[in-house]
Each structure stands twice: as C-alpha cells, then as structure tokens.
Ligand binder design. Structure first.
Ligand SMILES: Nc1ncnc2c1ncn2[C@@H]1O[C@H](COP(=O)(O)OP(=O)(O)OP(=O)(O)O)[C@@H](O)[C@H]1O
Length: 254
C-alpha cells in the first residue's frame, strides 16, 4: 500500500517577496509504500530539506499534489493539517528538540496528552517503547542528564506514541557519535520491521543511509537516481558511495 505520494512537486522561493527567486524543487514525483525505509541524499543546496518539509506538510509546494494516506495535505487548511500531522506523522530532528523542563517519560507522553489519551494507555505505551529502545532506566531523568544517543532514542519514542503511519527524520544522526548513530539506525530498523512504520530520512551520513532499503539521490531540485538494497549493508554502503561520487557536490560523512 502506498502511504506517501508526491506528484510533480515544484517549490519556488522568493516569488512573492520580490527578492531573488530560487527554484528549489523542479517537479519531483515519488511514492513510498507502507513499511518502507527510505533515505534522501544529495549535495548541499540540492533541495533535500525543502523536499522533506513539503513531504511532511511543514511547508506547502508552489505547485504539485502531496498525498499522505490518501489525503491531499497541500489542500488542507492550517488547523486540519496540524491535527492530521499530530495523528499520522512523527518527526525526529537533528537537535532532538526535547523539552528540558520535562523528564524523559513526560517528553515521550506529551503528544498523547495533547490527544487526551487515558493515563493507563499512556503508561502502557511508554513502557512498551522504553523497552523497545532500552531507555527504561532513564525515564525519570531530564534531557540534560542523559547522553545524545539516549536523547535521540527518547525523541524517536516520542515520535511514535500516537502510532503514526510515517516518521520523517532530518539528519537524525547529525549530532551523534558513531556508536549512538548505530543505535539510532537500529531503532529505525526495529520500527520498520516490528511496527511496520514507514521511515523517511534526509542524511549526509553514508553509514546511516546504508541501513535504509532505498536511497533517493537529489541534484539541483530533481531526482537524479535511486538505488535499492539487494545484498548486505556493507555492499549497499559501497554502492551509495559510488552514486554520491557520480552526483558530486559537497563531501559526505563517510
Ligand atoms: N526559506 C528559503 N528562502 C529562499 N531560498 C531558500 C529557502 N530555503 C532554501 N532555499 C534555497 O533552496 C535551495 C534548496 O535548499 P535546501 O535547504 O532544501 O537544500 P538542502 O539539500 O537541504 O541543503 P543542505 O544539505 O545544505 O541542508 C537552496 O538553493 C537554498 O538556498
């Protein structure tokens, strides 16, 4: 089943402001199936963040249709979209974006509080996710007292509490050392395999991308190519490096 569909997405910045005009995306079409694990890579300025923002409904395209779970999100009104995103979409950011005044547990349940879920349901969900991501011992701690890797696993748990169909992640390993990066990519693998959640991430990190099943390469606002994992992760990693060499642009984290 297709969960996300982008049809001829164009994004032009600066059209209304009268400043210099930038065509960031020039007609991108792609579809992602339920339970797929996809990375988007490309040189700096190629349009990755713009694309992720449009795919997730953070930003609207200049033209084109953006559909998630059968709903055209580019046509939704502001409030309708906010509600839809809270129920259907989870986000993970490079900067973790946890609230320092709340414990790990409180951070995780916050989206459930907004959804007015029962205390019993919240407790059960926290315990399940904490078990899955091995963060039970730190549930009562505050974000500033735990490691970057633990903070990101907390952020992944928070993204999952309302059972979204899809998780978007923008450079999720960007602030992590290699050990924590491995742990977080293994978390995403678990989400995809055990919960059948779709994960779509933007990354410069070749190692992180090698955990995905598919990598889409963007250049100058359009899809340049894509590759699908067939063999081992190591083979896929080498294939990604080869494709990035063809793509050119900035150096990648290898
Ligand atoms: N708010 C904005 N206003 C005007 N131009 C923008 C805006 N955001 C991005 N751009 C331009 O759109 C193009 C694509 O930017 P985008 O941030 O999507 O690229 P990226 O591939 O994510 O880059 P990076 O890897 O450096 O984060 C660039 O030319 C950028 O300068």
């Amino acid at each position: 089943m297709v969960i996300l569909e982008a049809d001829k997405i164009v994004k032009i910045y600066g059209e209304t402001s009268g400043e210099s005009v930038t065509k960031a995306l020039s007609g991108i079409s792609l579809s992602v199936k339920q339970g797929e694990f996809v990375a988007i890579m490309g040189p700096s300025g190629s349009g990755k963040t713009t694309l992720l923002n449009i795919l997730s409904g953070i930003d609207k395209p200049t033209s084109g249709v953006m559909t998630i779970a059968g709903h055209a999100i580019n046509k939704m009104k502001r409030d309708e979209l906010a509600l839809f995103r809270r129920k259907q979409i989870g986000f993970v950011f490079q900067e973790f974006n946890l609230l320092d005044s709340l414990t790990v547990k409180e951070n995780i349940i916050l989206p459930m509080v907004l959804e007015k879920k029962s205390a019993a349901e919240m407790e059960e969900k926290v315990q399940t996710l904490a078990g899955l991501f091995e963060i039970e011992p730190i549930l009562q701690k505050y974000p500033y007292n735990i490691s970057g890797g633990q903070q990101q696993r907390t952020a992944v748990s928070r993204a999952l509490v309302n059972n979204p169909g899809i998780i978007f992640a923008d450079e999720p390993t960007g602030n992590l050392d290699s050990k924590s990066s491995t742990a977080i990519m293994e978390c995403f693998e678990k989400i995809v395999q055990e919960l059948k959640t779709t994960v779509l991430l933007v990354t410069h990190d070749v190692f992180a991308a090698s955990y995905c099943q598919k990598v889409i390469f963007i250049k100058d606002g359009h899809i340049h190519s894509y590759i699908v994992k067939k063999g081992s992760r190591k083979e896929f990693l080498n294939q990604i490096i080869d494709n990035l060499a063809v793509l050119g642009g900035r150096t990648y984290d290898i």
